[in-house]
Design a protein around this ligand. Structure first.
Ligand SMILES: Cc1cc2nc3c(=O)[nH]c(=O)nc-3n(C[C@H](O)[C@H](O)[C@H](O)COP(=O)(O)O)c2cc1C
Length: 176
């Protein structure tokens, strides 16, 4: 296998949800590379119906009340991933709005880029979105998809076995 591809797969082997972080600031250049990766993400009809709010250490405290796990409060960076449904592509056949799909793709890219930078992340969906909107001054027409805790992991990212459904259960060849 090509050495670069090997690195690509290793990145996905190492990623896991991190729920406790070191008290270490994230370097500016790392954050810039991560955000540039987000900017380049694909989206349906290239509508890019997303916004990301970057909340760094000095300001993460204001979000602590919505965090369900104590460890999340150690994150030096929290990113609010938001959707703007009015900007998104809508599939005519069933009127399905793709905003959350697109935001999820960009967020996954964010998480992969952060992993490549040696950072840990956790996608946090279990929040009160109304309260998050109040705290961050998010306009009514924007939806909060999730908060992403980012930081240096308390324990290093290493390849581990995953609790996942077997391929036979989830992959269908040719038909259901
Ligand atoms: C959309 C989404 C929402 C999630 N919300 C939470 C959450 O609210 N709290 C939490 O502790 N983990 C959350 N997670 C992390 C999942 O629990 C985790 O991805 C899953 O257990 C698999 O573990 P792994 O990420 O370590 O591979 C979320 C993950 C995703 C993709």
């Amino acid at each position: 296998m090509d050495e670069k591809l090997k690195t690509f797969y290793e990145l996905y082997e190492r990623r896991k949800s991190i729920r406790e972080f070191l008290d270490r600031k994230i370097e500016k250049d790392k954050l810039e590379r991560i955000l540039e990766t987000v900017r380049r993400a694909q989206s349906a009809a290239n509508r890019q119906p997303w916004h990301f709010i970057i909340i760094e250490k000095e300001h993460t405290k204001k979000l602590h009340e919505v965090l369900t796990k104590e460890g999340f409060k150690t994150a030096p960076l929290i990113i609010a991933a938001c959707a703007e449904p009015q900007k998104a592509w809508v599939r005519k056949a069933d009127n399905r709005n793709y905003a959350w799909v697109d935001v999820s793709i960009a967020t996954t890219e964010l998480i992969s880029a952060a992993t490549a930078e040696g950072l840990g992340t956790c996608w946090i969906a279990a929040i009160d979105p109304v309260r998050v909107k109040e705290i961050l001054g998010i306009p009514a027409y924007i939806e909060v998809v999730g908060l992403i805790a980012v930081g240096y992991p308390l324990t290093p990212l290493v390849k581990e076995e995953k609790n996942r459904r077997p391929l036979e259960e989830i992959i269908h060849y040719g038909k259901w």
